[in-house]
Design a protein around this ligand. Structure first.
Ligand SMILES: Cc1cc2nc3c(=O)[nH]c(=O)nc-3n(C[C@H](O)[C@H](O)[C@H](O)COP(=O)(O)OP(=O)(O)OC[C@H]3O[C@@H](n4cnc5c(N)ncnc54)[C@H](O)[C@@H]3O)c2cc1C
Length: 506
């Protein structure tokens, strides 16, 4: 950035370092926003280093990203071999053998304008209610491997649910790369070998490639993965670690062939030293064991994962080490970091791609001109910090509320002290029957309800209007809702049939 005040202060050159999911999402979004011919966007990626190649489960917010780029959902699903995702199927997290679903949906229907879960809370204490999942269409669709697109109907909460995708990470980056290049992004395949800074300000001026080329830029986006080539190795921004609460620090990934029809939810199975994901795609299944290296060796983790594969392994185990936490500033001088360069929270709730997207949206809404503007930097950094701390708390809750007694990792997580912010949220729910969420929470009321019910956290309170209704009538109403959902689910196509008919075109 220069210091002259010109009539036209637009930034003319943006350089993105890294061509994984973060780099190509940034390239496509920026090229879509900025007028071609004014701001030059260059992306540098290294074939030698490659991409991390995991990150295949998403949250519904991804649909907004596709819509902004005018991407047709069916085309996208074909290109990335995607399947639908209605939520996450948590198996054994509360206790071994117990399951619950975190759906992208709400529960039941309002009665006399009071949310359903107040009625459910009362009836549950009287043992006159089924599991909360039984009152959620999306949860039951996921439980029975069914899928249909939601139909808008504001009167009946039963019909309102959302969905996301499971996709092939490599194909996703490739697909976005095509779109970004069509929108004018210049792609360079090379290794960045040196980073050149302005001696006075420390701002980055250019990067030197192994081809001998020097690429200059006014604004840089660091999407270089865990190493954070610009934001950390060059600017030494600092990293805040959260592994005192989120104890897992490694993962082993191994794709396999599919033997069973694809589930319409991500599967998250609690294991002795962490948990295992299973992500069904059209052409294979993504699997991984996220674990705490204090409690299991790499070899044993790989062996446990292999034992649980549904089909033949398609590759050798890939081991990934990570440190949970966040970069102290996402935006430092003229560098903004995204994706793994900006921090990492384990993929328990598929929040990383969501964070890439929301960070990009924030950056685009506060995009600088060629004058340094601390107010914009602070606004974006503060907002991102709050969002990440909220996500962190949501993830910690999954571990802390477990009842897997006698397993060292789980005993440690259950008894550890948790952030005050999370402790306050749990207490608030116990007192009010209402999750405490605000506009910076990605996970809203329904998500927290899914967790509280899945981990058997009950409230002492329910809304007094609930007592205006005869208990027998409320019981019948609850039964009617569950039956209605059951009947609807029976008549829906299987997830596999839906994909074959609407995506594959068989
Ligand atoms: C085990 C695991 C499971 C995950 N699962 C999920 C999930 O289910 N859902 C989800 O939302 N997220 C998930 N994530 C996170 C997700 O994978 C990442 O957020 C996403 O892939 C973005 O990665 P990236 O683009 O930042 O990094 P990478 O994919 O690592 O890309 C880095 C890029 O930088 C380039 N590069 C690096 N150094 C140089 C250099 N010197 N010169 C030139 N280029 C360079 C590389 O070649 C590459 O192109 C998971 C992560 C892990 C570790």
């Amino acid at each position: 950035m220069n210091n002259t005040t010109a009539a036209d202060s637009r930034i003319r050159s943006i350089v993105i370092v890294g061509g994984g999911t973060a780099g190509w999402m940034a390239a496509a979004a920026l090229a879509n926003r900025f007028k071609q011919g004014v701001t030059k966007i260059t992306l540098i990626e290294s074939a030698e280093i490659g991409i991390i190649g995991v990150g295949e489960a998403t949250v519904p917010y991804i649909k907004e990203f596709l819509q902004d780029l005018n991407i047709n959902e069916v085309d996208f699903m074909r290109a990335t071999k995607a399947t639908y995702k209605l939520g996450i199927d948590f198996d054994g997290w509360h206790k071994p053998g117990e399951k619950f679903i975190h759906p992208f949906a709400g529960y039941g229907a309002r009665i006399a304008r009071i949310p359903f879960h107040h009625y459910w809370a009362k009836m549950r204490t009287q043992k006159k209610a089924q599991a909360l999942d039984d009152y959620c269409l999306a949860a039951q669709m996921a439980r029975h491997n069914k899928f249909a697109l939601p139909k808008a109907n504001n009167d009946i909460e039963l019909s309102s649910f959302n969905y996301a995708f499971h996709f092939d990470a490599g194909l996703f980056a490739h697909y976005l790369s095509g779109i970004a290049q069509t929108l004018g992004v210049k792609r360079i395949q090379a290794n960045v070998q040196q980073v050149n800074q302005c001696p006075d300000s420390g701002f980055i001026r250019s990067v030197g490639l192994d081809t001998g080329e020097i690429i200059e830029g006014e604004f840089f986006i660091d999407c270089s993965g865990f190493n954070g080539l610009l934001i950390e190795q060059t600017l030494k921004t600092g990293y805040e670690t959260w592994n005192q609460w989120l104890r897992c620090d490694r993962a082993v990934a191994m794709p396999c062939t599919s033997k069973i029809a694809p589930a319409s939810a991500t599967r998250s199975l609690a294991m002795d030293a962490g948990w295992q994901w299973r992500i069904p795609l059209q052409h294979r299944v993504g699997n991984g064991y996220v674990y705490c290296s204090d409690y299991i060796s790499d070899d044993l983790a790989a062996e446990k994962l292999r034992e649980n594969l549904e089909g033949e392994a398609l590759a050798d185990p890939k081991f990934i080490r990570f440190t949970t936490g966040m970069r102290k500033q996402a935006w430092n001088k003229n560098v903004f970091c995204l994706g793994l360069a900006s921090g990492f929270m384990e993929p328990l709730e598929s929040t990383s791609i969501y964070l890439i997207q929301s960070s990009l949206t924030l950056l685009l809404n506060h995009f600088p001109n060629n004058q340094y503007n601390q107010a914009l930097v602070d606004t974006v950094n503060n907002n991102l910090r709050i969002r990440q701390e909220k996500l962190r708390d949501f993830l910690i809750l999954h571990y802390h509320l477990n009842q897997r007694h006698g397993q060292a990792l789980w005993d440690e997580c259950r008894t550890m002290s948790i952030p005050d912010t999370l402790a306050a949220r749990i207490e608030y729910f116990k007192k009010t029957c209402q999750p405490q969420v605000d506009e910076l929470d990605f996970f809203g009321t329904n998500s927290w309800l899914a967790m509280f019910s899945g981990f058997n956290i009950q409230s002492d309170y329910y809304h007094p209007v609930v007592d205006d209704f005869d208990t027998h009538l409320v019981e019948k109403e609850l039964q009617a809702i569950a039956t209605n959902i059951n009947n609807t689910v029976k008549n829906l196509p299987s997830h596999l049939d839906f994909i074959k008919r609407n995506i594959v075109g068989e």
